[in-house]
Design a protein around this ligand. Structure first.
Ligand code: ADP
Length: 695
């Protein structure tokens, strides 16, 4: 722009030319700093001013940005001074009156405040100032000055007004753009932080990542993070970056102490631009760490409305904390709260999981976990060892490929597996090398990740099976080998008795005892043999019609000597018209003798034992009642199981194996009947069994 143009400023052509130039210049920049700079340079050039300033105001009339040019150079902004000028000085006047004004001699105008670059001798003597208005909104103020008093004229004023009017819209645009850029920066910082903070579930990693995000977003020298220890009423530093890192970790401060303690206690974010001037600053930490803190921004970490810690950002590099520092930190503080929560929860779950894993892995029994269709999803070391399959191989298999599943026990669709209660059955494990191992399988329903899974414990019962087999082989061998010699003894004793008929009664009774004892051994070995055979599924016996009188008479005769020894009475209660029964007489007799002998055994001296029978439709119920010690209610259900004996004090213990009732049950059930007991503990018992009536 030439000098003529300036002189002709009143002219329309000149104004138009200027406006055109201004628009072209300004429209090329969107960055606020650049726009301000250009507006100032162009204005100074046009009006031949020496220095100038533009301040930018936000919507609330607060100082948002500024630019100062002095002797052709951009100066440092002095926010404090500009703020003051805004309130009282020439600019204050323009803000209030919203019109341009001319100061021909600054020393005579009370509105003029001397600025940093405004030397009383060489500084500004005259100035023009104009508002930057877009419709009703005051966007900023431009002031130009010159060291010569009276330099500016009304023409200059008009020119500055024109430029300000034109510049206003560009400044507003740039300022809005700047604001949105800043918002985008905050959003991006938060989004990045969220992504990296949530990338890990390990508490330490999460904390470290929070700090790194802040260092990056705010450009600070150091960041530290402390968590609240509620019990101790303290904050403990858990993570830190920067040179003091190692000495700050583990450091504890009281709630309310220092800036961090203040924030934790007051649950409020703060920026302390100069810690030396803030009484809340606690320099002991600096003394310990050797770090020199200048400025702090500190925000609380919240989790479910509770402050669980604080984050401190120290010493921003460059100009100090920007206006978005607290926004970014607060945002990260919120993220941190939930991330720490998640990480802590996850850690707890992990501990529980690894504890379970240890139990699972170290269990001596093989364990498989399957989904409902039987597909194996987990196996422990023991399962791999016993089956010979690798973990990966097992994961491709179905549990039924490893053993025959007993669906009768489990029920179709595992219907019998109610709740957490396990069910069990015997089976055999098919190993990789083609072998098989006897197992007892315990199946349990377990809930993993909200879906039904099934846990299969495969307990190796090879040893037990081997012992069972050995015992049974041994027993049956003994009984077989006992039978014929015993029969010989009995017939020998019979012969002896008939030969000694008229002899000495003492000898007679000795032979009686020998015969009875031998018969007892015979009955016992027969019953054991029967028990074993019936248990292995053999159908025994040789049913034929027999009268109940005969059975009862023979049984009582066998039990009587024992009863006599204890001065007990055996009463027989049979009504006259009882039908015959269809049974293997020898076996049922032995069962009845068993019941009678039990009654004798478990009834005190002089007790009464009653044996009788009643018809019930197609069945005859035979019972043995005694006045003995009875059976405890909790034992009633198991008393007919093999080897079940009611435990008693050593003093009252009675010899027995717990096999008698098991035999009775098998014998009766072998005839299609049932056996049961009714008992009042301490008063006596009644054992009853049913056998079919002969048609
Ligand atoms: P055991 O050889 O022990 O007698 P059993 O199978 O005949 O074996 O009996 C099992 C258990 O039942 C006995 O140990 C005893 O505790 C109990 N019992 C059997 N009969 C009677 C009875 N009449 N009175 C009280 N308890 C009995």
């Amino acid at each position: 722009m030439t000098e003529e143009v300036v002189r002709e400023t009143g002219g329309t052509r000149a104004s138009l030319q200027l406006l055109y130039e201004i628009s072209r210049e300004f429209a090329q920049a969107l960055d606020l700093r650049t726009v301000l700079q250009r507006v100032l340079f162009l204005s100074l050039k046009t009006v031949k001013g020496e220095s100038g300033s533009i301040i930018v105001l936000d919507e609330d009339g607060e100082l948002r940005d500024s630019a100062i040019i002095h002797a052709g150079n951009m100066m440092d902004r002095n926010t404090q001074q500009l703020k003051m000028a805004l309130q009282q000085g020439l600019m204050g006047w323009v803000v209030e009156n919203r019109e341009a004004t001319l100061v021909s001699d600054t020393s005579r105008d009370r509105r003029w405040l001397r600025g940093k670059y405004d030397d009383p001798d060489t500084g500004a003597r005259s100035s023009v100032s104009a508002p930057l208005l877009v419709r009703d909104r005051l966007v900023g103020i431009m002031t130009l000055s010159h060291p010569q008093s009276g330099f500016f004229t009304d023409n200059h004023l008009e020119l500055v007004q024109t430029i300000a009017g034109q510049a206003a819209i560009f400044v507003l645009n740039a300022s809005l753009y700047d604001e949105s850029q800043q918002r985008t920066r905050v959003m991006t910082a938060l989004a990045n932080s969220a992504a990296s903070i949530n990338a890990s579930l390990n508490v330490d990693d999460v904390l470290q990542s929070i700090l790194e995000q802040i260092v990056e977003a705010l450009e600070v020298d150091a960041v530290s993070l402390a968590l609240v220890d509620e019990e101790a009423g303290e904050l403990e530093f858990k993570a830190a970056t920067g040179s003091g890192r190692d000495s700050i970790l583990g450091l504890r401060i009281k709630m309310g102490q220092g800036v961090a303690g203040w924030v934790a206690q007051n649950e409020e974010a703060i920026i302390v631009p100069d810690v030396q001037k803030d009484p809340r600053f606690y320099n002991k930490v600096d003394r310990q760490t050797g770090f020199l803190t200048r400025a702090i921004a500190c925000v609380p970490i919240r989790s479910q409305d509770k402050v669980i810690g604080v984050i401190e950002a120290l010493n921003p590099t460059g100009k100090g904390f920007g206006p978005d520092a607290l926004v970014v930190m607060d945002g990260i503080g919120h993220l941190a709260g939930s991330a720490i929560d998640h990480a802590r929860l996850f850690e707890q779950v992990e501990v529980a999981r690894s504890r379970y894993l240890e139990l699972f892995e170290d269990n001596v029994d093989p364990i498989l976990v399957t989904v409902a269709d039987g597909k194996v999803v987990e196996s422990n070391r023991s399962a791999q060892r016993m089956s010979g399959f690798l973990e990966a191989e097992l994961k491709t298999m179905n549990v039924h490929q490893l053993h025959a599943v007993d669906w009768e026990v489990l029920g179709q669709n595992y219907d019998n597996l109610a709740g957490q209660h396990p069910l069990s059955y015997e089976s055999s494990l098919q190993t990789k090398d083609g072998g098989s191992i006897d197992i007892e399988v315990y199946v349990r329903r377990v809930n993993i990740a909200d879906t039904d899974h099934f846990q299969w414990i495969l307990h190796d019962i090879t040893e037990r099976k081997r012992f069972d087999k050995l015992r049974e082989d041994l027993a049956s061998m003994i009984y077989h080998d006992l039978r014929s010699p015993l029969a010989n003894v009995v017939s020998g004793l019979d012969v002896l008795q008939s030969m000694l008929e008229k002899e000495d009664p003492t000898v007679q009774s000795v032979i009686d005892i020998a015969i009875r004892s031998t018969e007892r051994v015979q009955r016992l070995s027969n019953s054991l043999l029967d028990t074993m055979r019936m248990q292995s599924g053999e159908n025994l016996g040789n049913p034929e019609p027999v009268t109940v009188e005969e059975i009862v008479r023979d049984a009582v005769e066998a039990a009587l000597p024992g009863a006599n020894n204890k001065e007990q009475q055996i009463k027989v209660a049979l009504s006259a018209s009882l039908p015959s029964i269809m049974v293997d007489a020898d076996m049922i007799k032995r069962a009845l003798i068993n019941l009678l002998e039990n009654s004798v055994k478990y009834t005190d001296k002089e007790g009464v034992i009653t044996v009788g029978a009643k018809r019930k439709g197609g069945w005859l119920h035979i019972f043995v009642r005694d006045t003995g010690r009875g059976i405890p209610p909790d034992k009633i259900d198991t008393i007919f199981d093999k080897f079940t004996r009611v435990r008693e004090g050593a003093a009252g213990s009675t010899a027995g194996l717990g096999l008698g009732l098991a035999f009775c049950k098998l014998a009766v059930e072998g005839h299609g009947g049932k056996i049961w007991v009714e008992s009042e503990f301490g008063k006596g018992s009644t054992f009853t069994f049913s056998v079919p009536v002969a048609s």
